[in-house]
Write a protein that binds this ligand. Structure first.
Ligand code: NAD
Ligand code: AHE
Ligand code: ZN
Length: 369
């Protein structure tokens, strides 16, 4: 079938709106009609060429919601008409990782996913007879996409797709990082570096956990009003201080914060986030994605003196078993999604969404088909 899609033909180039060919779903696969998709910084990161797993041409996008159109052989957990959120972290329930009970990092489809391919090693997308690759197992920048059955969360059909698509990545990751990775407790102090969707979702999670001080840090002060409205107790701009930001935060708090979160993808800020954590027990969670070849560093003494450095993918959330419940929470008003949707636009304007993100003018642009 034909599908309208925004294709990344080459790194650093704008997406091109074209009609691609989408082959039918094979065994264990599902054809989904995407209704809405957010644009996450990770899409921009991969488009920039900095992602070691970036393959081109590809259909990017991994923060979507849609409806099942057709299922391949052997698919039992979803049927045509079901409302779904594609998952970049699958949940097969069978692999070593799923069975461990220790992680959400299912490996069922991860190896082929990282190469832009379906689990059988081929692609369902083509343009002018040439292959077009998948992305993060989702490819939500095509109106019709094919994903593995294990990469679909079935959600309440009454959910508002314009909002719940954000549970496909940013909001779930930030909230999950607070509850599943850091396990923030009532009264704990928190520092959040970077106030895009990820940082704001961390703030929302911290408020849910009953955190005490929530210190929000960004070099763009235009982000502060929304951060405050979502529960940040203080907002600071590192550029307003002579000393390194970690020193500023340690002085503000006495010994540092109980938990810090890096939501930018900047390895220098990752160091600052670790070093503003409390001596003896403070922990720092890396959410941001850093480019190829970049490495983190700190004095080992920072860890010897009790700080913990951690990271999270999709906030530790198991998509098929836990995401439907988060959709219910959003529908019940327990997770606020509306404040994240700063812009909505049709697929034809998707490059504007990238421009707004780079200019620091949006939190999430949601694309509709
Ligand atoms: P975003 O661009 O909307 O937000 C980033 C924010 O960081 C912006 O407000 C920007 O002004 C701020 N910033 C930039 N440099 C800064 C600095 N030096 N000091 C302080 N603030 C600074 O991005 P987003 O969509 O919220 O994503 C944030 C990061 O999280 C990205 O790296 C993205 O790839 C990553 N991410 C990771 C996961 C995961 O599962 N681990 C999931 C989603 C996104
Ligand atoms: N492909 C990159 C790493 C990209 C990355 O870290 N992705 C995050 C999700 S970002 C969502 O916006 C993640 O969950 N990673 C775990 C996984 O299995 O992909 C690289 O460096 O190769
Ligand atoms: Zn994302």
């Amino acid at each position: 079938m034909k599908s309208r899609a925004a294709v990344a033909f080459a790194p650093g180039q704008p997406l091109q709106l074209v009609e691609i060919d989408v082959a039918p779903p094979r065994a264990g696969e599902v054809l989904v009609k995407i209704s809405h998709t957010g644009v996450c910084h990770t899409d921009a990161f991969t488009l920039s060429g900095d992602d070691p797993e970036g393959v081109f041409p590809a259909v990017l996008g991994h923060e979507g919601a849609g409806v099942v159109v057709e299922v391949g052989e052997g698919v039992t957990s979803v049927k045509p008409g079901d409302h779904v959120i594609p998952l970049y972290t699958a949940e097969c329930g069978q692999c070593l990782f799923c069975k461990s009970g220790k992680t959400n990092l299912c490996v069922a489809v991860r190896a082929t996913q990282g190469k832009g391919l379906m689990p059988d090693g081929s692609t369902r997308f083509s343009y002018d007879g040439q292959p077009v690759y998948h992305y993060m197992g989702c490819s939500t920048f095509s109106e019709y996409t094919v994903v593995a059955e294990v990469s679909l969360a079935k959600i309440n059909p009454a959910a508002n797709h314009e909002q719940v698509c954000l549970l496909g990545c940013g909001v779930t990751t930030g909230i999950g990082a607070v509850h599943n990775t850091a396990k923030v407790q009532a009264g704990d102090s928190v520092a959040v570096f970077g106030l895009g969707a990820l940082g704001l979702a961390v703030i929302q999670g911290a408020v849910q956990a009953g955190a005490g001080r929530i210190i929000a840090i960004d070099t763009n002060p235009a982000k502060f009003a929304l951060a405050r409205s979502m529960g940040a107790t203080e907002c600071i701009n590192p550029q307003d201080f002579e000393q390194p930001i970690q020193q500023v935060i340690v002085e503000m708090t006495g010994w540092g914060v109980d938990h810090s979160f890096e939501c930018i993808g900047n390895v220098q800020v990752m160091r600052a986030a670790l070093e503003c954590a409390h001596r003896g027990w403070g922990q720092s969670v890396i959410i941001g994605v850093a480019g190829a070849g970049q490495e983190i560093s700190t004095r080992p003494f920072q860890l010897v003196t009790g700080r913990k450095w951690m990271g999270t993918a999709f906030g530790g959330v198991k998509g098929r078993s836990q995401l439907p419940g988060m959709v219910e929470q959003a529908m019940a008003g327990e997770i606020a999604l509306a404040p994240f949707v700063t812009h909505t636009m049709p697929l034809e304007r998707i490059n504007d969404a990238f421009a707004l993100l780079h200019a620091g003018k949006s939190i999430r642009s949601v694309i509709h088909y």
